[in-house]
Design a protein around this ligand. Sequence first.
Ligand SMILES: [Fe+2]
Length: 118
Amino acid sequence: MGYYDLKKLEHTGEDKTALEKKHVPYIQAPDKVKKGEYFEVTVTFGKEITHPMGTDHYIQYFDLYADYANLARVDFTPDMKAEATLNVKLEESCKLRVYAFCNLHGHWEGFKEIEVEA
Ligand SMILES: [Fe+2]
């Protein structure tokens, strides 16, 4: 697998790999929200296993997108917990996407569908 490859969750059951468990961005947000009203989006790394944060190995940053529109960039240092809660409002239904970078294990994608009601 190359440096520039984007890794995604490919195993969803018992066969989920240890790398997937600690790198795939886990997005917690409501399934349905009201148009134009703020709601919280919490992103953690990962879901089943907490990604280590040390000078040799850490999550450097993630970008949050609504479909293909960039909403935020969050940078981490090794002294931080790789977790952030952002307040977001949306105008239409979309897929929230998170692209994250681990200095050792590269780029990872996570997403969550959000339905926006008028
Ligand atoms: Fe890693």
